[in-house]
Design a protein around this ligand. Sequence first.
Ligand SMILES: Cc1ncc(COP(=O)(O)O)c(C=O)c1O
Length: 352
Amino acid sequence: MHVDVFGLERWFAEYEHEADVMLAESGIRSLDASRFDLDPGKLGYVIPTNGDPEFRARVADRYDREADEVLFTCGTQEANFVTFLSLLSAGDHAVVVTPTYQALHAVPESLAEVTRVWLEPPEWELDVDAVADAIRPETQVIVLNNPNNPTGRYHSRETVEALYDLADDEDAYLLCDEVYRLLAEDPLPPVASMGDHGISTTSLTKAYGLAGTRFGWIAGPEEVVESAWQWKDYATISPSVFGQHVARQALGEQEADILTGNRDLATRNRERVADFLDEHGLDWYHPIGVNGFVTVPDGFADGTELCRAVVEEESVVLAPGEFFGYDDYFRIGFGRPADELETGLQRVGRVL
Ligand SMILES: Cc1ncc(COP(=O)(O)O)c(C=O)c1O
């Protein structure tokens, strides 16, 4: 079994620790732990290990599902990982809409055959017919990330429903990674609420600013959730008891305050980045969420050369487009506090 090196994670490993400003993070800035009660009581496993049943029932309500149709995980990453393990093995096939977060195609590629269907720049439109053409009798899952990393494209309800119908017709699943969904002002219904063939994965990382809780979940049909739980027994056993304790508060009494504050920050920062790109004659698709995919200007061989110059000369981390299959783009994350974003943009401006 082989899995490709996770290019973006290695890039972060090379530069993030030493750099002054991080403009390559795709989520909103992190919240302080001090706003939460941090005493979960005894530091054992979460029991039962798939997550507290009452809390799972509350999360399941968001999808019109039952408690046993939700599995708590260590972030979206584990949610996706154990879902892929439960759906795919040798001889199976998956269709993955790309560009996307590398884990969403690299893990399926290590388990089964994968056909990637590419979004169409510059608007990053999704061609539903191309997905239909890619489907085979062995297709188990269509994989979507909506809103999309790295482009910030939020595919419409009609498009997602069309993909769901394709999955339904083939007796396959539509798996949607919705980790950026609640950064949208007007979020679409989650895919797991669409019917028996819908699976949603998400976490507190990107929209809430709580990556360190490592708390996420899968919502979907019980047979998939049950099988994912079987794999999870061999990975992390249970979610973290701290993560679950903070998650109760973040998804409870604090939720409206957190999400409103985060969306406001995203809106203000997005406008600032749009102005900055205009000043420098750079193009992007006006994104949902807090990361955008930007064209590389003349004078740089590709996005990697530009990103290396920016980090080595000005200590600001950006993400090269090559990690998403587009050498002539770079990804900028603008979820940081406004003053940090400003410092970062001024430094990027000097290199440009
Ligand atoms: C689409 C997508 N899914 C999952 C993750 C990982 O998120 P988590 O911290 O919830 O594991 C990322 C991180 O960048 C992402 O972009």
